[in-house]
Design a protein around this ligand. Structure first.
Ligand code: DGL
Length: 268
């Protein structure tokens, strides 16, 4: 039995937060990580353009490499393109959408904060999740690309600017009744979990979809016993970096997550 191949996809480094959870539950798999930095940030892109771009890129990638399952480790992409991708591919496509349902079960004060990209907070998909699962709660929203960029910079070795983070979260921090539960509705944000929690004096639940995705991958692929030596996980980007320093810093972050290589993917 050959080792299964899973592709994790995002616009940037956010998918690493999902990958870490997926790997924990599904260790005997060979992973590729593709991030489309040529079109980063996805949270600012038009819905239809995003569908076209992602479909073209993933079709091209899966024609060059064997892939058994794709994880769209990006809420902005999943809330737009899941349906189209599932229609296009015969392999399973697992998507990440904001964890509104678990958050609704967790909140004590009935105030939930949805922290996502500008695209995700405005998607019909997201509104439907709120209507379906959190109708009795108050769901506040912040859509922030700046926060996505802070996470990118962190994985390129920069220190997170706490003041900037507080400015982004200010609409909630200044409330009398602050949200007691935040949905991290962008896969970049679990990378800033500690910093976000600190803004709320660590008195907040932070909910993301990583564990649920890991479980879903396991259901779809089953338990893969280790037959071959694996851990040849490779990462790919679609646009060259402006400096070799940036590449080196990012490569070191990817190495920490278990990737042996970080290479350019000529997107076609
Ligand atoms: N990581 C992505 C998400 O979950 C999007 C970040 C971006 O490119 O805007 O939404």
């Amino acid at each position: 039995m050959s080792v299964k191949q899973v592709l994790i996809f995002d616009s940037g480094v956010g998918g690493l937060s999902v990958f870490a959870q997926v790997l924990k539950v599904n260790p005997n798999i060979s992973y590729s990580y593709l991030f489309d930095n040529a079109y980063f940030p996805y949270g600012e892109l038009d819905h239809d353009f995003l569908i076209q771009r992602i479909t073209r890129l993933l079709v091209s990638f899966s024609e060059k490499q064997p892939v058994d399952l794709i994880v769209i480790a990006c809420n902005s992409a999943s809330t737009a393109a899941l349906q189209a991708l599932r229609a296009r591919f015969s392999i399973p496509i697992v998507g990440v959408v904001p964890a509104i349902k678990p958050a609704a079960g967790m909140t004590k004060n009935g105030v939930i904060g949805l922290l996502a990209t500008p695209a995700t907070v405005n998607r019909t998909y997201t509104q439907e999740l709120i209507t379906q699962f959190a109708v009795s709660a108050q769901v506040l929203k912040i859509g922030s690309t700046e926060l996505v960029k802070l996470a990118e910079q962190k994985l390129q070795g920069a220190t997170v600017d706490k003041k900037q983070l507080q400015i982004i979260l200010q609409p909630w921090l200044s409330l009398k009744e602050k949200p007691d539960t935040l949905v991290l509705g962008c896969t970049h944000f679990p990378l800033l979990k500690k910093e976000i929690a600190a803004c709320f004096d660590n008195e907040v639940n932070l909910v993301d979809s990583g564990k649920a995705i890991a479980k879903r991958v396991n259901q779809l692929l089953g338990h893969n016993r280790a037959f071959d030596a694996i851990s040849q996980h490779q990462a790919y980007y679609t646009k060259s970096f402006s400096s070799s320093k940036q590449h080196t810093a990012l490569q070191s972050s990817f190495r920490n997550y278990g990737f042996t290589a970080l290479k350019f993917y000529p997107q076609g």
